[in-house]
Design a protein around this ligand. Structure first.
Ligand code: OXD
Ligand code: MN
Length: 592
């Protein structure tokens, strides 16, 4: 018999529709208990203790990493599973060739067979959450039902969770319904299904972040992108960073990069010593919701309250802010351990003795930490967390940056000629795949706007929506493309990246302020020679020239491939993108 551990009466008064849905799911999944999360600190600590006592969470060295714990997932459940992720719209065309599609009735029948009775012997947790500041008109709420206490702890860090969210739901009336169960963790019985037309998600068979923390990719990107189109805004896979120049002006930049391409690092950037006077603050590291404001500018909020970041590679040199952020009160997932019971990953000082699967470390078994090992931590722990991240109005955006991981072709930076051209620039993003999703790593694939795994509807309609949003802005952000990952023939990175990226951001800001000229080049506007400050940078003049090179033959081929890709969206493709592409092609032809 299910029992509610909290008194349901006051809750039912404020959110009857949530209670009804919970009852329906309880009937289907047959849990032993139902627990309504209130989001309190005491609840968090109690659940954490329970997980430790069941051996599902391991306490780390509490003198050096106070409040830090380790979770080890099933070895076959370590990343997002794009091949098992579906968008189930009534019409297949609405999901588009960019998504796996299943008819909603068929999907629900498949899911019902898996969810029926799946919580027997378990607790059903009701997790009301708000994406974005509780008092922001741009925020949206959801309720995740899950049988995983690990998910509850992560949602408590990543969202505004508990009674406060339920109160907002009672006012909003609308909420996204996310049903999650770890099921039997068998990849054969794993599905992450989205029903954007009814604002619902069903996920079974995985406990991994992007598949199981439904507020993040499933809600804040796939479902929200659909909601955003209906309501006239944008839900994007973008970091948000504030940059105050030595002149004292602050600009907010939104930047889209595919998973594990350095969004967290860029959002927490530390200026190089040769650039004193710059102040950086983080608004968000992964997701931005962008709304046209009444002033004709684009305003953004970070819907999340925490970071679910990639641990490997994080150290005091690459990202000191992240490193300090995760020194306490952090949940680590799939990292290795040192002899002192500290978390360890490739790129951190010290030595691993136990690998991410709990085995004595043996290099023959591969990396000690899983390449997609993660940390979950509250954004408020970041030493440079921006106060404005809590501002219900959000921040006004000066520039949007797109980028991918490209070892060749894409130059360090170029600027789109207009918003419309910028939409093409975003649509042209391609990147080498990373360990954030299962599958081959290092293969270049098209990842428009870094949203390939996250756009909840047909890309053709999505680009059309982008064009409409831009047309409604009187002060649209400028749009740029960057590539930090270009290599020379010997495979050496040409650009140092990390804090040095500020040199490029400084040029971007000068462009936004109308203070920097540019070269009118085939791809767009490029920095004039010497415009990017390279003082104190250990990079040869040849390396810098190679970084900015636009090999015309290679680009003509790239443009041909891009046209073919875009045409795959048929009648849903906005013709404006093809005319922008034709323009780039003509410019390349003239340049050759
Ligand atoms: C993430 C991802 O976890 O993009 O942010 O995979
Ligand atoms: Mn991401």
């Amino acid at each position: 018999m299910a029992t509610a551990l909290h008194t349901l009466a006051p809750l039912s008064e404020i959110a009857r529709n949530v209670v009804d849905w919970v009852e329906q799911v309880r009937g289907q999944t047959q849990p032993d208990r139902v627990y309504w999360c209130d989001g309190s600190r005491a609840e968090f600590q109690r659940l954490r203790r329970e997980l430790v006592s069941r051996g599902e969470l391991k306490e780390l060295n509490q003198s050096t990493f106070p409040g830090c714990y380790l979770s080890r997932s099933a070895p076959s459940d370590v990343a997002r599973v794009e091949h098992l992720t579906y968008v189930c719209t009534r019409s297949k065309e609405d999901a588009g060739p960019n998504n796996n599609w299943m008819d909603p009735a068929e999907a629900k029948a498949k899911l019902a067979a898996l969810f029926n009775g799946c919580m027997r012997g378990r607790t059903l947790y009701v997790v009301p959450y708000c994406m974005g500041p509780l008092d922001s008109p741009y925020s949206r709420c959801g309720v995740e039902i899950t049988d995983s206490a690990y998910v509850v702890l992560n949602m408590a860090i990543m969202t505004r969770m508990g009674r406060v969210a339920l109160e907002r739901i009672a006012t909003d009336g609308v909420f996204v319904r996310g049903l999650h169960s770890t099921g039997d963790l068998n990849p054969e019985r794993r599905f992450i299904m989205h029903f954007p037309e009814e604002l619902s998600i069903q996920s079974i068979g995985s406990g991994y972040g992007g598949n199981a923390l439904l507020g993040k990719k499933c809600h804040a990107l796939r479902i929200a992108s659909w909601q955003a189109r209906e309501e006239g805004w944008l839900a994007e896979h973008m970091l948000l960073v504030g940059l105050q120049s030595p002149r004292g002006e602050t600009h907010y930049i939104a930047a889209a990069f595919p998973s594990a391409c350095g969004k967290t690092n860029l959002s927490m950037l530390i200026p190089p010593e040769s650039m004193p006077g710059w102040k950086i603050s983080t608004i968000g590291d992964d997701i931005a919701w962008l709304q046209p404001g009444v002033d004709g500018r684009l305003w953004a909020i970070n819907p999340e309250a925490g970071y679910f970041g990639v641990a490997p590679g994080t150290n005091a040199k690459t990202n000191r802010n992240a490193y300090e952020t995760i020194r306490h009160d952090t949940i680590f997932t799939n990292v290795a351990l040192t002899a002192d019971n500290e978390p360890w990953w490739e790129g951190r000082e010290g030595h691993p003795v136990i690998d991410w699967q709990g085995r004595p470390y043996d290099p023959a078994n591969g990396p000690a930490a899983h390449p997609n090992a993660r940390f979950t931590v509250a954004a408020s722990q970041n030493p440079i967390y921006a106060k404005v991240a809590e501002d219900p109005r959000g921040v006004p955006i000066s520039a949007i940056i797109f980028g991918g991981r490209r070892r060749s072709l894409a130059p360090l930076v170029y600027e789109a000629r207009s918003w419309q051209h910028g939409v093409l620039v975003g649509a042209s993003v391609a990147s080498e795949t990373t360990a954030a999703a299962t599958g081959q790593v290092g293969v270049v694939r098209r990842d428009p706007m870094a949203m390939k795994p996250f756009c909840g509807y047909n890309y053709g309609d999505y680009w059309d929506h982008w064009l409409r949003v831009g047309a409604a802005l009187t002060h649209a952000p400028r749009i740029f493309h960057v590539n930090w990952f270009r290599q020379n023939a010997a495979g050496k990175f040409l650009w140092p990246g990390f804090g040095e990226n500020l040199r490029v951001l400084a040029w971007i800001i000068e462009r936004c302020e109308g203070r920097a000229g540019a070269l009118d080049a085939p791809l767009g506007y490029m920095p004039l020679p010497g415009a990017i400050d390279t003082r104190g940078l250990e990079a040869s003049a040849e390396a810098l020239a190679e970084l900015n090179a636009v090999p015309v033959a290679g680009w003509r081929e790239e443009v041909g491939q891009l046209r073919q890709y875009l045409q795959g969206f048929g009648t849903r493709l906005p013709p404006a993108l093809l005319s922008e592409l034709a323009e780039v092609e003509q410019r390349l032809a003239r340049a050759s």
